[in-house]
Ligand binder design. Structure first.
Ligand SMILES: Nc1ncnc2c1ncn2[C@@H]1O[C@H](COP(=O)(O)OP(=O)(O)O)[C@@H](O)[C@H]1O
Ligand SMILES: [Mg+2]
Length: 229
């Protein structure tokens, strides 16, 4: 089964959690690939940091062009970045890359862009990706002040768009926020999908430590049965 990873905002930890999940799944013997179908924002070397991080966490030899088929230069919303370059986002390119990864790996984790309410073009929306590829959605909640509102709105919007929210991961992104536990508990009572992991703020070697905190979440992904055939 493959999954789509979204989150409460940009910077909520989607790439960190996706990479850590990939490591946890590989540790359980899977061939696991991260995918960033659309990335916006390149470094001086012409590369995108999320793509590099996902490639490094994936089983080796996943083709970079399939991990990231659409790379836009400007660090902004995809439809704005694409318009600047006079480009449009093409399904054919995205579909080919997804099919390639799905054939090479037994689990593909597809990271979205920004939060959930993201236009990809005048006609396309981020939610068209999980819908087209029939992917259950995982929501990364960046736990900090304001997370309750962001998470409840995001969960509602995922369900409203016709996608299935398979679970969510609490990821503490503000080490000074002392109400993380209460916030997570309030969400557990209100989000109609299981909390698969609670990740604290990690100061050292986040990937390895985050991965250690995702063993049960990796098992939940293995056991997940998607209701839409
Ligand atoms: N649990 C965590 N502990 C420490 N740093 C984290 C944690 N989660 C995310 N980060 C850091 O926060 C920043 C934003 O995370 P990232 O995964 O890039 O967010 P997103 O992909 O949602 O934009 C990165 O520098 C990442 O390493
Ligand atoms: Mg990211």
């Amino acid at each position: 089964m493959n999954f789509f990873i979204t989150g409460t905002d940009t910077g909520c930890g989607k790439t960190a959690v996706t990479s850590a999940l990939l490591l946890a799944l590989r540790g359980r013997g899977h061939r696991a690939a991260g995918m960033k179908p659309i990335a916006a924002g390149t470094e001086d070397n012409g590369r995108n940091e999320d793509v590099e991080v996902l490639l490094a966490a994936s089983t080796p030899d996943m083709p970079p062009g399939s991990v990231n088929p659409c790379l836009l230069k400007a660090p902004t919303a995809p439809h704005i970045a694409a318009a600047r370059e006079g480009r449009s986002i093409e399904w054919a390119t995205l579909d080919t890359a997804y099919r390639d990864l799905a054939a090479r790996a037994d689990i593909v984790l597809v990271e979205g862009v920004g939060g959930w309410q993201i236009p990809l073009s005048p006609a396309l929306h981020l939610s068209d990706l999980p819908k087209r590829w029939n992917l259950p959605v995982l929501m990364v909640v960046g736990v900090r002040l304001g997370a309750l509102n962001h998470a409840l709105l995001t969960a509602e919007s995922i369900q409203h768009s016709g996608c299935i929210l398979a679970g969510w991961i609490a990821n503490v992104v503000d080490p000074t926020y002392v109400y993380a536990t209460e916030t997570i508990e309030a969400l557990e009572q209100r989000v109609a999908a299981p909390c698969l992991a609670r990740l604290g703020w990690q100061d050292v070697a986040p990937m390895t430590r985050l991965a250690a905190g995702l063993t049960d979440a990796a098992t939940a992904l293995e056991d997940y049965r998607h209701p839409i055939a």
